[in-house]
Design a protein around this ligand. Structure first.
Ligand code: ADP
Length: 540
């Protein structure tokens, strides 16, 4: 039987020397290298020739560094020395560089406690160190970041506080908004109810409603309105067809009034007749409208209502016919009465009967008053039934005014009439009817101001129209009466007026005549100070 192979010490050392651990063994105070593993020799950057040499000779760059002295110290004291992360200058491949090592110089003693050798083990931590340097650098960066984060955190927490305040305010606003919402909802309900009631009333009163988009001029109407204009409910009725159904004599006026109201925002009120589109029926309607604005104050839509007033109109017509008929019948006996009175006046004068002639002159005055009243009624009935026609001619308005002043001064000269005609004012109009208008205004000025007061008349050209004004120093007219003054049969209701004869048709007739000349009539007045009536008519 062969005994197992026994390795000599040298063989063991040889085997160890190729291990990856860096190990060296030194002896004596000179630190003679007895043994060094390949790894240790690698650290030194030398070869195996170093074995047997003192360390100071084998690795001369160590001289002057602390290591040899440390080793000698261990040898002397027998105290093992540990070190970590210690720099050592070593020449590797001819270049002197700093490496870092964890190492131990272990004192190895015999049983008698005498130093035998020093066991040197080392680990190269250069790489680790550079990693740790990086880690330290990162750490520092991290600290800076952390600080920054800390201050951001503070900012964040103050922002959070602010946010909390804003949030509270927001919550308050939201709860207020919710309150408004509830209020709005209940208002909305009331509005819907009111709307329903309005719709019900509109339906019950058979009122037609319309809506014109100001921008597009699109017309939207209720079925009732279509019916009034002779259309079927499901039929389209654009604005042009709507206007087409209006009777010839009113069509232009109505279209113009709509445009004027849209432009000026003034309320629109018109009475006119229409001929039904399909049934060709004549209906009278009364229309009112108003311009509505959007939230930015721009004109948005023009809308309103239209009512069927055919029956009322027919009643009026019958009344008119009656007034016309009666006036006409009264006119004939009145004409002969006037002739007889004139005859009697002349006869009394001739026979020297001064009482008789005076009485007849007064009777004639009353007959003339009656005549003018009856003429007024006749005119009104003619006007209403459309039987009034303008007979236009060229004439000087100044001359007409002078004639009317002379005529009225001949009848009574109770007032001072002031008129200073400057240039001629030639107009193309119905001379008799414009004469009636001036006479009516002048006699009102006399009727409603005290005797001896001045009445000033002026005639001038203004913006392409001739404007006549008649001012008195009478009792004046209140604002609320001024609005209705030109209505048919309207008289101011006060004690004084009860003693002044009249039917409230003079101004109505006058305004109608002026309107038919494409003119306007208006009043400016203050209670107690007097009134000034104006009218204008186009020059041509
Ligand atoms: P009448 O004079 O026949 O009553 P008008 O139509 O001419 O009818 O006038 C209507 C009303 O207007 C009158 O009743 C009167 O109250 C008022 N009015 C007209 N002209 C004047 C005036 N110059 N001054 C004060 N009031 C006037």
């Amino acid at each position: 039987m062969t005994s197992p192979l026994q390795l000599s010490d040298q063989e063991i050392l040889n085997a160890l020397s190729i291990s990856e651990f860096a190990v060296a063994i030194y002896t004596s105070e000179e630190i003679i290298i007895q043994y060094a593993s390949d790894a240790m020799i690698g650290f030194w950057g030398k070869d195996r020739n170093v074995i047997g040499k003192p360390l100071s000779e084998a690795v001369p760059e160590l001289v002057g560094q602390e290591f040899i002295q440390l080793l000698q110290n261990v040898w002397k004291t027998g105290v093992t020395y540990h070190a970590k992360d210690t720099p050592a200058q070593l020449k590797i491949d001819g270049k002197l560089k700093t490496y870092f090592y964890d190492f131990t110089y272990r004192a190895v003693k015999n049983e008698a406690g005498e130093m035998q050798c020093i066991l040197h083990t080392a680990t190269d931590v250069t790489q680790l160190r550079s990693h740790s340097e990086q880690i330290q650098f990162l750490n520092e960066e991290l600290t800076v970041l952390n600080e920054e984060l800390g201050s951001s955190n503070e900012e964040l927490s103050s922002s959070i506080q602010e946010y909390a305040i804003v949030n509270d305010a927001l919550n308050e606003t939201i709860s207020e908004l919710n309150k408004y919402k509830t209020d709005l909802e209940s208002l909305n309900k009331e509005l819907t109810k009111a709307e329903e009631m309005l719709r019900f009333s509109i339906d019950a009163a058979k009122i037609g409603t319309w809506f014109i988009d100001v921008k597009t001029r699109e017309l939207i109407t209720s079925d009732r309105l279509k019916e009034l204009f002779g259309f079927y409910p499901n039929e389209e009725m654009p604005l042009n067809l709507f206007v087409n159904q209006i009777s010839d004599e009113y069509r232009d006026n109505v279209a113009e009034a709509i445009e004027t109201s849209i432009e000026t925002g003034l309320e629109y009120h018109q009475t006119y007749s229409v001929i039904g589109f399909r049934d060709q029926r004549l209906r009278w309607v009364s229309a009112s409208g108003k311009l509505y604005y959007d939230s930015e104050g721009n004109a948005a839509h023009f809308s309103g209502v239209i009512m069927d007033i055919t029956e009322q109109k027919q009643d009026d017509m019958r009344k008119n016919d009656f007034i016309g008929m009666v006036s006409h019948e009264l006119k004939t006996p009145l004409t002969s009465l006037s002739a007889y009175v004139q005859l009697m006046e002349a006869k009394s004068k001739k026979s020297g009967d001064s009482f008789g002639s005076g009485a007849m002159a007064k009777a004639l005055l009353q007959v003339n008053k009656m005549k003018s009243m009856i003429n007024g009624f006749l005119n009104i009935s003619r006007l209403e039934s459309g039987k009034i026609h303008l007979e236009k001619q060229q004439f000087d308005l100044n001359q007409l005014i002078i004639e009317i002043i002379e005529e009225s001064e001949f009848v009574s000269s109770t007032h001072i009439i002031d008129f200073e005609p400057k240039n001629t004012h030639i107009v193309h109009a119905d001379r008799d009817k414009i004469g009636n208008v001036i006479l009516n205004l002048l006699s009102n000025a006399m009727k409603y101001s005290d005797d001896g007061k001045t009445i000033s008349i002026a005639c001038e050209t203004f913006q392409g129209k001739v404007q006549v004004s008649i001012a008195d120093q009478g009792k004046g007219i209140s604002q609320q009466d001024q609005v209705r003054l030109f209505d048919r049969f309207y008289r101011v209701d006060n004690m004084d007026n009860k003693t002044i004869s009249g039917f409230g048709i003079g101004l109505y007739l006058s305004a109608e005549i002026v309107n038919r000349h494409q003119g306007e009539m208006w009043v400016e007045s203050e209670l107690g100070k007097g009134s000034q009536f104006f009218f204008n008519i186009p020059i041509k």
